[in-house]
Structure formats: structure tokens, C-alpha cells
Write a protein that binds this ligand. Structure first.
Ligand SMILES: [Zn+2]
Length: 224
């Protein structure tokens, strides 16, 4: 969640990072975390995997050091817990309502009335998100009313948006934590997830395994 005036500063820092890695050619380089990790595309030229991992952590540090109004939201869905359900739909519904609740709270508590806009990566266009974006108004009502969003979700090409590239790194950090048990990426940005009184409202973990989950999202709710 980025206030419009902050976009410029984040994009500028990401442009500078790209230019330091590919002098004179930075603007054409897209930060795509799984591609960087695997050394694909332009990242093939960086042979050392430690150096590539440090690119991902540097992108995440830009988020960690951003203005306090910049916040992260993510939802991890344990697919086997929800057979027959579309994990992407579950996560999308969850994120939309978390974003809406956060805007509502800013309005009520800080008299800071803002309308939100959801921007999605175009590469997800052929998925269930396309249909959800089209039916967004009626879906929003089904979910218990989404009131603070200005428009239906918009799709952009991630190559042209540093902010969407940053969101990709947030998603990758959550993926590494929940799918690979690798906490080093999420740890960098954990404080940017919407949280109050110790509860990480910005990070959701949907699963119904019997054992108590020790992830930061589940732990913060268990202790609340
Ligand atoms: Zn958990």
C-alpha cells in the first residue's frame, strides 16, 4: 500500500539499484525475484548466487527503509487445507478486504480519507484474477462490502512499474518463508506489514492443520 507521492521515491531507489548493477542499462532491467534467484534473463550475467540473493535483499531493504505510510499485505494459503477452492481467489479476497479495512481505519482514526486503487501484474491476467477484476463490484459486496476502493483492479505490465516489481519481491519473501522455510527475506520486511498491538493484520496465513503454527502471522494472532 503506497501513497501516490511515495511511488516516485521508491521507483527512484530501484532505478538507482538497477543502474549500479547494469551501468547505463538499468532502466530496462526488471526486478523479478524468482528470475534473479534462479539466474535467468539478464541475471544470467551475475554468476555468483550469493550476489544475486543480495540483489533481492537490497530491493527488500528499499521497502524496509521506505516512508512509514508504505505498508505490505500478503496472504499465504496452504492449498491442501482447502481442497476444491482456488487459492488465488482466497488470497485476493483476503487482501482486498484487508486493504479496505486499513483505509477505513485511516478515515475513522486519523480523519485521513483516501480511496484505494488495486494494481495487478498483467502476467496474472489469464488466471482467475481476470474474472474477479471484472466482477469486482458485485464480489466486493459479497465479501461484506468493499467501500474505499476507487476503481476495479487494473492490470499493468510489471516491466513498466517498479512498484509492481516491489510487490513481486514481497510475494517471493512470503513464498520462501512458507514453502521453503527460508525466513531471511521476510525478516527484512516483517515490520512493514500492517500491525497493531502485536497482531500482524497485514500478513495472513490460511491453513487448518491441527498443529499450532509458529509462523509470525499465526503466532501474533495466537498471543493476542
Ligand atoms: Zn502460520
Amino acid at each position: 500500500m503506497v501513497f501516490e507521492r511515495q511511488i516516485h521515491w521508491i521507483a527512484k531507489r530501484m532505478d538507482e539499484l538497477a543502474d549500479s548493477l547494469f551501468p547505463g542499462n538499468g532502466l530496462s532491467v526488471e526486478f523479478h525475484a524468482s528470475e534473479i534467484f534462479g539466474g535467468r534473463g539478464p541475471w544470467k550475467s551475475i554468476k555468483d548466487s550469493k550476489a544475486r540473493i543480495s540483489v533481492i535483499t537490497k530491493v527488500l531493504e528499499i521497502l524496509a527503509e521506505s516512508h512509514e505510510s508504505v505498508q505490505a499485505f500478503a496472504c499465504a494459503v496452504h492449498k491442501p487445507s482447502f481442497p476444491g477452492r482456488d487459492a488465488m481467489e482466497m488470497a485476493f479476497e483476503d487482501l482486498c478486504s484487508r486493504f479496505d479495512i486499513c483505509l477505513k481505519r485511516m478515515h475513522v482514526e486519523q480523519s485521513n480519507s483516501q480511496r484505494g486503487l488495486i494494481i495487478l501484474d498483467k502476467s496474472t491476467y489469464e488466471t482467475s484474477l481476470q474474472k474477479m477484476a471484472l466482477n469486482f463490484k458485485s464480489l466486493g459486496t459479497q465479501w461484506g462490502s468493499i467501500n474505499n476502493l476507487a476503481e476495479v483492479p487494473l492490470f499493468v505490465d510489471s516491466r513498466s512499474s517498479r512498484i509492481v516489481q516491489l510487490a513481486d519481491h514481497i510475494a517471493y519473501s512470503v513464498f520462501r518463508r512458507y514453502e521453503r522455510g527460508d525466513t531471511k527475506y521476510l525478516d527484512i520486511i516483517l515490520s512493514k506489514f500492517d500491525n497493531r498491538e502485536g497482531v500482524l493484520h497485514g500478513l495472513a496465513h490460511k491453513q487448518n492443520k491441527p498443529a499450532r503454527c509458529m509462523c509470525p502471522a499465526s503466532m501474533s494472532r495466537g498471543s493476542a
